[in-house]
Design a protein around this ligand. Structure first.
Ligand code: KIV
Ligand code: NA
Length: 251
């Protein structure tokens, strides 16, 4: 169990894996906190898995703050990371102002998507004393420019770029870095080379932490589940079973 973000360094040194799950509302945050999860992420994935948007680019600061407030009401112990949404960190000043709004809403740390190109934004956030989490590899907020969701680190040039981005974020003071859809060997090498905790999703088994979108883990979003996420419950099926049982019962 992780009681504060500063415990991350100790866990990495001890070689203990860290568990990270997404939460978007009060009951799930409370359940995950009570279950002993190490870290929660109010991810902008909520645009897709909660709000039914086609991708994460429609998520706004207002939406993020609304869900972070709900999650904050549900947690007693577990630290909460909040995502800066699309177009919310174009300049260092804008990144810092929006990071402050996420913290005010109840986040303990903020995350944004990007590597070396975003170091001025990262520095503005870190220098203001706000714990920062990076996010490199496949970047869902760039899905339109990229023309889809693709694995990263397959070519030596891509692998080198990822390592350079991770080192730059590490040097700028990130306490953790999400590695999304990164070739396992590249994720493992980054994990060895940086001080920050690596949080993998679709990035193999050797990252310091693993993160999943909770609806994927519990089978609550059956219309799409990424191949690396193995559902360990069938919540969608249970909901429909209970509803059908009740509909019969009231006849
Ligand atoms: O929004 C999100 O859920 C995320 C995770 C996939 C890391 O950023
Ligand atoms: Na996200």
């Amino acid at each position: 169990m992780l009681n504060s973000l500063s415990d991350l360094t100790l866990k990495k040194q001890a070689g203990e894996r860290v568990s990270v799950l997404t939460a978007y509302d009060y009951p799930m945050a409370r359940l995950l906190d009570e279950a002993g999860v190490d870290l929660l992420l109010v991810g902008d994935s909520l645009g897709m898995v909660v709000l039914g948007m086609p991708d994460t680019t429609g998520v706004t600061m207002e939406i993020m703050c609304h869900h972070i407030r709900a999650v904050r009401r549900g947690v007693k112990r577990v630290p909460v990371i909040g995502d800066l949404p699309f177009h919310a960190y174009e300049t260092p000043a804008q990144a810092l102002a929006n990071a402050r709004l996420l913290i005010e809403a109840g986040a303990d740390a903020v995350k944004l998507e990007g590597g070396a190109a975003f170091i001025p934004q990262v520095r503005a956030i870190v220098e203001a004393g706000i714990p920062f989490v990076g996010h490199i590899g496949m970047l869902p907020q760039s899905v339109k420019e990229e023309g889809g969701y693709k694995k990263k680190g397959k070519t030596p040039a891509q692998a080198e770029q990822l390592l350079a981005d991770a080192l730059a974020l590490d040097a700028a003071g990130a306490c953790a870095i999400v590695l999304e859809s990164v070739v396992a060997d590249v994720a493992a090498e980054i994990t060895r080379q940086i001080k920050a905790t690596t949080i993998g999703i679709g990035a193999g088994k050797e990252t310091d932490a693993q993160v999943l979108v909770t609806p994927d883990l519990i089978g609550a979003f059956p219309w799409f589940c990424p191949p690396f996420a193995i559902p360990r419950a069938n919540v969608a099926g249970e909901i429909q079973r209970a509803v059908k049982e009740w509909m019969e019962a009231i006849q």
